[in-house]
Design a protein around this ligand. Sequence first.
Ligand code: SF4
Length: 560
Amino acid sequence: MSHHASLKKEKNCNAPSSPVPQRGLSHLTSLLSSYNPYSKEEALTKSYFLRCLEKYEMDILTRNRDAHITVSSIVLNVSFDKMLMVYHNIYDSLSWTGGHADGDMDFLGVALKETREETGVTTLSCPYPFILSLDTLPVKAHCKNGKKVDAHVHLNITYALLADEREKICPNPDENSSVCWVDISQLEDVCKEKGMLPLYQKLIKRAKDNMTCYPAQRKDVLSKIVSPLLSWYDRHARILPWREKNDPYEIWISEIMLQQTRVETVKGYFDRFISALDSPARLAQADDDLLLKLWEGLGYYNRVKNLKKAAAIMVSDYGGNLPRSYDALLRLPGIGPYTAGAVCSIAYGMKTPAVDGNVLRVLSRLSADPSDILHPAVRKRAEKNLAAVYPDDRCADFTQALMELGALVCVPNGAPECPNCPLFSLCTAGKEKSASLYPVKKSKKARKKENLTVFLLRSHGKLALSRRGEKGVLSGQWELPNTIGHLSDNQALSYVKDLELRPSSILKRFEAKHIFTHIEWNMLVYEITAERQSPSFTWVSDSELYHTVALPTAFKKLLR
Ligand code: SF4
């Protein structure tokens, strides 16, 4: 709304003032009195509001008085860099959303309703459900729908809202002629209304600060989730192989495998791994090829290399066992706060939360927290707040219940199953139907793209492989011969000739892609038969390839 455009709705404007319900008046007084001004100027504005309230009592909510209450919203996207605005032709400017209170004392409700009506946005969230600002906005005398409207003052109450900028927006022809997300850096160009730009700029900053900080203070919600979450877990926990014994070694192996990998995939790997290597001592002595074979297809091979290094330290320093302290676990290769927290809480019953993306998703939705979950401080804050509410006797279950809820109910993609969620009555995003807004992840650095030419070189029924260097992606593992860049057919043939392979012709040429966390390989693949097997490669049969050699998925998928 713009204070100017205020009179867009005439309903109630002639409503008689009803006898003052004292309860309503005292509620209104305490609502306005509870506002904490940010400056001396705002303190004066607040007293003006209270003086008007004293003078007009509940009539302040109607348009009968020359000073009456309106409600506006600063609606931001989750990155806080865009504001949702509506365009009013008569003022030739974009402005915020809002409208008259028109007898309604639920001001936040008015803010939400007006914004929904004016923009078509339905997933609105209010991480800071308090008055953001009180402002007096003078309105000049004007004509509206052929009627003269005298000059008056809007006693404007502002709220801060969040909306999903991916949602469809549409103007409401009764209210405005267009709706759009405006980049905050462009506000100056689009905001033509006199005096409004500095107000918007001030309130955007205030909205951002409050919406970022306030949810972190809602620790009380966390203490209330423990009991319903544990009862739900008692009924819904999945039977998983590593949950049978709560053995520290098995918990550790499963948690490392589960990083970036789905539970269903991990089950088979876990059973094979534990059957082959059932203790840190066996793991520390395992042959690298066996380890890579056991891990083949899980990806992120540094994880298994670190498992072996950590197992060696367990043997040399901890009598072949996992250390029993969180800090000692953290010092081991490949073990971060999440894994240390999981092992200590699940295997040792300590109050050490295991906070990963699943848990952060649940927490940020619970309190509609727009903090960037990729920021380390947000994870730390979550660990601290959760540790404070861990139940004395069920630490293992509490850790696993949170993970389970994130995996089964409060799921990442698609709609979380809020109606079936044991935390629904406590969850702000669930109740506001705004779960799709959370968690907020600020855009990561773009993944680096690399073009590769990869060779499927066959000779006398065998395939050429080589070892990758000790640095970089897939370090030390088997690979198909390859080179940087995309080679033409002729270039590919002469490249192979230079390897002293006497190529005949190109059998096949195709493209494939493999995506790692930070890099994307765009591979041009040539299948070429060679007359001789050059000693610069290791030549393997199909049987060796499938049973003994651990070829990373990025290459193995090219053989299919
Ligand atoms: Fe997640 Fe919905 Fe449950 Fe909230 S109510 S925790 S958003 S599933």
